[in-house]
Design a protein around this ligand. Structure first.
Ligand code: NDP
Length: 246
C-alpha cells in the first residue's frame, strides 16, 4: 500500500495543526501550507517525519498550479485535500470596505476553488480522493458582524455540493465540516474582549463550552478515511449542539 499524501492548508496552527497532527499520527504524509515560516517550522518539528511544511500564501492564485504540480511530481499523487486556511473580520457590515470584503472572499473562497481545481485534476485521473472544506456556524445562521466571512463560508457549502455532484462519477468525494466555536487564536480574537458575544455563544451551545481543535481533526480523519466512502456533499456540524441550540 502506498502511503497516503494529504495537503492541509493553514496547517501551522489551530484547527489545521490539529488535523495535521491526527493525519501524521495515522501515518499519512501531510503537507502543511501557511504564510508564516516560523509557525510552519514549529509545527513541522512538532509533527515529525510525516510532515512537510511549505511556505505558501493561498491567495497567490497564479502560483497554485506550479505548487500542486511540484507536489505531484515529488510524491506521485495527492489523496486528501483539507481546505482549512481562513481569515475572519469582525466589524459592522456598514463599515466593511470593498477591499476588506474582497480579501476575505479571496482567502476563504476563491483560493479554495483554485487549489481544489488543481488537486482534483490529479484525483480524477486516479479515480480516487477526498476533499474536505472547513465551513462555519456563520453559514448555518445569521451571525452578526462577519458579513464577508459569512458570505465566504456559505459559498463553501455551495461549492461542496456542486463539486460533490460533479466529481462523484470520478471517484472523488467532497464534504464540509462546520465547526462550532473552537478554542483557537481566531475565536479568541473574536470573543475575548467581547464578553456579551462569548456569553451568547456559550448559552446557545448545549454542551456549554468551546470545542477543541482535536474534535474537528477526528471528523476530518473520518471523512478522509475509507470509513466514509458512501458520504459526499455533506456538511457535518461539529459544534457541541451550537447550530441547534436555543
Ligand atoms: P487560526 O487563525 O488559528 O489558523 C488559520 C490558519 O490559516 C493559520 O495556520 C494561518 O497561517 C493560515 N492562513 C491564513 N491565511 C492564509 C493564507 N493566505 N495562505 C496560507 N495560509 C493562511 O484559525 P482557526 O484554526 O481557528 O481556523 C481554521 C479554519 O477553521 C478557518 O477556515 C476558520 O474559518 C474555520 N473555523 C474556525 C472556527 C473557530 O471557532 N476557531 C469556527 C468555524 C470555522 P499564517 O497566518 O501563517 O498564514
Amino acid at each position: 500500500m502506498k502511503k497516503k499524501i494529504a495537503i492541509v492548508t493553514g496547517g501551522s496552527s489551530g484547527i489545521g495543526l490539529a488535523i495535521a497532527k491526527k493525519f501524521t499520527e495515522q501515518n499519512i504524509h501531510t503537507i502543511i501550507l501557511g504564510r508564516g515560516q516560523e509557525k510552519l517550522n514549529e509545527a513541522a518539528s512538532l509533527l515529525g517525519a510525516n510532515c512537510e511544511a511549505i511556505a505558501f500564501d493561498v491567495t497567490n492564485l497564479g502560483g497554485l498550479p506550479e505548487l500542486i504540480t511540484g507536489i505531484i511530481k515529488k510524491h506521485g499523487h495527492i489523496d486528501i485535500l483539507v481546505n482549512n486556511a481562513g481569515i475572519n473580520l469582525k466589524k459592522s457590515a456598514l463599515e466593511v470596505t470593498d477591499q476588506e470584503f474582497q480579501q476575505i472572499i479571496l482567502t476563504n473562497l476563491t483560493s479554495v476553488f483554485a487549489i481544489t481545481r488543481e488537486v482534483a485534476k490529479n484525483m480524477v485521473e486516479r479515480k480516487s480522493g477526498s476533499i474536505i472544506n472547513i465551513s462555519s456556524m456563520a453559514a448555518q445562521y445569521g451571525l452578526p458582524f462577519v458579513v464577508a466571512y459569512a458570505a465566504s463560508k456559505t459559498a463553501i457549502e455551495g461549492i461542496t455540493r456542486t463539486l460533490a455532484v460533479e466529481l462523484s462519477p470520478h471517484g472523488v468525494r467532497v464534504n464540509s465540516i462546520a465547526p462550532g466555536f473552537i478554542a483557537t487564536k481566531m475565536s479568541s480574537t473574536a470573543l475575548n474582549g467581547d464578553p456579551e458575544r462569548k456569553q451568547k455563544v456559550l448559552s446557545r451551545t448545549p454542551m456549554g463550552r468551546l470545542g477543541d481543535p482535536g474534535d474537528i481533526a477526528n471528523t476530518a480523519y473520518f471523512l478522509a478515511s475509507d470509513d466514509s466512502t458512501f458520504m459526499t456533499g455533506t456538511v457535518i456540524p461539529v459544534d457541541g449542539g451550537n447550530s441547534i441550540g436555543f
